[in-house]
Design a protein around this ligand. Structure first.
Ligand SMILES: CC(C)(COP(=O)(O)OP(=O)(O)OC[C@H]1O[C@@H](n2cnc3c(N)ncnc32)[C@H](O)[C@@H]1OP(=O)(O)O)[C@@H](O)C(=O)NCCC(=O)NCCS
Length: 195
């Protein structure tokens, strides 16, 4: 079964919140209950300008059910006053922030269930997600370690803007990464709100 890429409009994305958090829990190897505690953060992100989201859905052959979410990527246009944006802004010099962060699309979550990793799904999700924004650049933070995600971003052309940055309450060291974007069409179904 090859998962299908689905562009998630705001309401459809909101309806999938539990699935999004379950994918996050599995990919990041945290308990589902811990992931569910992020529900309020996700709910706040649903209100952000320029929200774009893509899911990878596995459908059971012969069934017309909604299918199972096995991967997800989403982000939005960041702005001053938002916690993550301000943390990252403080880690960059003036020129770097002006070039890469202002008006940028911030990739907030990007996860594939372990059983589906390494099959090209992450690359397809990210490529689809970034085609949905007309922002000139994309930025994200990722743990600054030799992870699959770090290798993914390196081979996909993301560049390091800053390294060894810390977020309050998290002992890990993070890198700030950015990518210059060229908008283009994408081959994916669009999931409209069902209500
Ligand atoms: C990061 C993640 C979303 C990538 O999804 P994926 O489906 O595994 O990625 P793909 O199969 O599309 O692989 C894309 C690239 O990643 C790298 N990659 C994937 N699997 C790899 C592996 N086992 N070893 C080394 N590099 C690997 C390669 O560069 C690969 O490109 P290539 O196949 O052309 O060589 C996924 O691994 C994941 O969910 N990781 C855990 C959660 C996480 O860290 N998310 C990011 C938070 S910032």
């Amino acid at each position: 079964m090859t998962p299908e890429l689905v562009v998630l409009e705001r309401t459809a994305f909101a309806a999938l919140q539990d699935g999004v958090l379950d994918v996050y829990a599995e990919a990041m190897d945290v308990r589902p209950e811990a992931a569910r505690s992020r529900r309020s953060i996700l709910a706040a992100h649903l209100e952000r300008d320029g929200l774009a989201a893509v899911g990878a859905v596995e459908r059971v052959p012969g069934s017309d059910g909604p299918g199972r979410l096995v991967g997800v990527a989403y982000g939005y246009r960041g702005a001053p006053g938002q916690w993550w944006h301000d943390q990252v802004r403080a880690a960059l010099d003036e020129q770097t922030a002006r070039t890469w962060l202002e008006g940028s699309f911030e990739v907030c979550e990007f996860h594939v269930r372990p059983a589906h990793q390494g099959t090209g799904l992450g690359r397809a999700l990210m490529s689809c997600l970034l085609s949905l924004t007309d922002a000139p650049t994309a930025v994200l933070t990722t743990p600054d370690a030799d992870t699959r995600a770090r290798r993914f971003y390196r081979t996909a052309g993301w560049v390091d803007l800053a390294r060894d940055i810390r977020f309050p309450g998290d002992p890990r060291s993070f890198a700030v990464l950015a990518l210059a974007l060229a908008p283009g069409p994408v081959d994916a179904a669009v999931l409209e709100a069902s209500s």
